[in-house]
Design a protein around this ligand. Structure first.
Ligand SMILES: Cc1cc2nc3c(=O)[nH]c(=O)nc-3n(C[C@H](O)[C@H](O)[C@H](O)COP(=O)(O)OP(=O)(O)OC[C@H]3O[C@@H](n4cnc5c(N)ncnc54)[C@H](O)[C@@H]3O)c2cc1C
Ligand SMILES: Cc1cc2nc3c(=O)[nH]c(=O)nc-3n(C[C@H](O)[C@H](O)[C@H](O)COP(=O)(O)O)c2cc1C
Length: 570
């Protein structure tokens, strides 16, 4: 509450203000108060003239891999429309690049993927900005970045786009807002500021600075105990897929569709070799990012020491003062080829190493069917490097976990991959490890006694050795939980047969399910599987729905907008 003299002043100010001035003041005060704890206001801002009119038209784009950015942009668009602002909402993959130079108000929600890269759907837009470098003199823009602070290049794609748009002549209306995985609140705050700026006739004056992204403290780390770890593939298979059961305590909550986040440990033998090359003991204490660790534990459990990114190799080269070609290489090999001078120089090297990034695994169990446990379906990634057989860090780590050993993990919620109401029909397309969330879905629907029908498409290389969860699936068919199963074993005959081929074969019935309201889910390899499955879907919609290619695309988009076509692909 204001004291009497100030209250009088305030009342006078309000009673003499025009409507536009009131709008400006409202936005201005909100800007100050939203900037937590920040009250210092530059004189320039106080002197800014009152706003004239509200901006009436904006373009809102999103670049997404797993749908979070799209979901936010869609929500924001709906709010803006309610406020009388015309919104052109577009995925960056659909965005006409020739429109950019004509754009006046552009807001973009953009995630970061891979190792600091834009999502595939934003690649064309991103490359256009950097390669074509169009002049964007009339552009006013704001960027919301989605990312994960566990990654060394946090929100890098959004940072790049934000910087480049300004370089190209654009006028930044509000600071880049970077958000961690629990992005909702920061994102909402950013969009409130966007609305404020728009109400302020597109002037950046009243906007509060972007909030600092909250760190990953929200990722609650749980400790689980390994109950079972079995290879589901039989003799003769080219694959190793592990079914892992983890006992959890009561505090672990998840829903079908969620994933488990794991930070893999490095092999002890690698750490021992590094320590001996550095001439240091495991118990030697080092500082890493303001915390003291025992070197052995730091190297084994926290830092990435394999397949180092080129940026780290470049820093290593600077420390050892040697020319090292731009390449990805393991720390052990770097130390062997370009040795450090002494232990002190090695400590410097430790400082440039990056934390190991978490890997996600779809949860294959269901809370109502597997109480107190979490199950995973992990394919042990294998690839050749110079004729040597190597394994992926995390899948190998998980595959080697022994019974009764402990595993630290966190739950990665995925609200964009949820079961529908119990009476709805569900089509699940999940070849390979794509089966994981569907094992969870089916078990959950079974436990709930859901009345909707369930149809599973599964595929692998060979029926005999690679039919993951064969007995369970057959039981679910016998008990009627699975109304239908379509199997595609690609290498059991001369011609390769994949899940999309089974979809074509079942196209009439698939269309009937879809057209009567079924929800369709796809999980597993992003490419080529999910692309081929989508192509098959479009063909089926075209053929059985009597639609043109364009109409089929619209139909599928409509399904997507209704939350009836959901993908969790990687
Ligand atoms: C939402 C989501 C859900 C997922 N669910 C599952 C699931 O249910 N089951 C499952 O099995 N996977 C799942 N994954 C994939 C999983 O997260 C990992 O990406 C996968 O296990 C590979 O990780 P890795 O640590 O084993 O391999 P990494 O060590 O990360 O290697 C990945 C690739 O990098 C290259 N590489 C690595 N090291 C070297 C080197 N030294 N030299 C040359 N090249 C190298 C290779 O091409 C290798 O294949 C999911 C992913 C996501 C995003
Ligand atoms: C394989 C993978 C790689 C990722 N790489 C990064 C990264 O380099 N930097 C970052 O900030 N976030 C990274 N993320 C986190 C995503 O940006 C974050 O989950 C975001 O919410 C995804 O939004 P989207 O669904 O719109 O794509 C990565 C996520 C995955 C699954």
């Amino acid at each position: 509450m204001l004291a009497e003299p100030n209250l009088k002043l305030f009342r006078e100010l309000i009673s003499n203000a025009s409507r536009e001035e009131l709008i400006w003041m409202n936005g201005f005060l909100a800007g100050i108060t939203q900037s937590a704890g920040q009250v210092a206001v530059p004189v320039k801002e106080l002197d800014a003239p009152p706003a004239a009119t509200q901006v009436k038209k904006i373009t809102l784009t999103y670049g997404t891999e797993t749908g979070n950015s799209k979901k936010l942009a869609t929500q924001f668009a709906a709010v803006a429309k309610k406020k009388g602002i015309a919104v052109k909402l577009s995925g960056l993959d659909q965005y006409r690049l020739t429109d950019l130079a004509k754009e006046e108000y552009l807001f973009t929600v953009l995630s970061t993927q891979g190792d600091g890269e834009p999502p595939a759907t934003a690649k064309k837009f991103y490359d256009h900005l950097f390669e074509q470098a169009p002049e964007l003199k009339q552009l006013k823009f704001g960027i919301l970045g989605l990312g994960d602070t566990s990654y060394p290049l946090f929100c890098k794609a959004a940072e790049d786009v934000d910087t480049q748009l300004e370089k190209l002549g654009g006028n930044r209306l509000l600071d880049l807002q970077k958000c961690d995985t629990d992005y909702e609140q920061d994102a909402q705050q950013w969009f409130d500021q966007v609305l404020q700026v728009l109400a302020n006739a597109g002037s950046a004056a009243a906007a509060a600075p972007a909030a600092a992204p909250k760190k990953t403290g929200h990722k609650k780390i749980h400790a689980g105990t390994i109950l079972a770890n079995v290879n589901l593939n039989d003799r003769g298979s080219a694959k190793e897929t592990y079914h892992i059961e983890i006992a959890t305590d009561d505090t672990v909550e998840y829903q079908p569709g969620d994933a488990l986040g794991v930070i893999p440990h490095n092999k002890k033998q690698w750490v021992d070799t590094i320590l001996s090359l550095a001439g240091l003991q495991a118990a030697h204490e080092v500082q890493y990012k303001d915390t003291t660790y025992q070197l052995g534990e730091l190297l084994q459990k926290k830092l990435n020491i394999v397949h180092l990114p080129e940026r780290v190799v470049a820093k290593y080269a600077a420390i050892v003062n040697q020319e090292i070609p731009a390449t990805r290489i393991d720390l052990v090999d770097l130390l062997k080829i370009y040795p450090v001078k002494d232990a002190t120089q090695f400590e410097e090297v430790v400082g440039i190493l990056e934390p190991t990034v978490p890997r996600l695994y779809s949860i294959a169990s269901a809370p109502s069917a597997h109480s107190g446990e979490i199950h995973l379906t992990v394919s042990r990634t294998c690839f050749p490097v110079n004729d040597e057989k190597k394994y992926g860090l995390c899948s190998d780590f998980l595959a080697q976990l022994e019974i009764n050993s402990t595993l630290d993990f966190y739950i990665h919620p995925n609200n964009l991959f949820r079961l529908p109401a119990e009476d709805k029909d569900v089509i699940m397309i999940g070849p390979g490890t794509g089966i994981a969330p569907f094992r969870s879905f089916i078990a959950e629907r079974d436990a709930a006694g859901a009345s909707g029908r369930n149809w599973l498409f599964f595929g692998e290389q060979h029926f005999v050795s690679d039919f993951l969860y064969q007995t369970e699936i057959q039981n679910f068919v016998e008990t009627g939980v699975l109304s239908k199963v379509s199997l595609a074993f690609s290498r059991d005959q001369m011609q390769k047969i994949y899940v999309q081929h089974r979809m074509y074969q079942e196209s009439e019935e698939l269309w009937e399910w879809l057209n009567s309201g079924a929800y369709l889910y796809v999980c597993g390899a992003k490419a080529p599987m999910s692309v081929d499955v989508e192509q098959a879907l479009l063909s089926i919609i075209t053929a059985h729905g009597n639609k043109s290619a364009e109409e089929a695309k619209e139909y599928l988009e409509q399904l997507q907008n209704e939350g009836r076509y959901l993908k969790d692909v990687y």
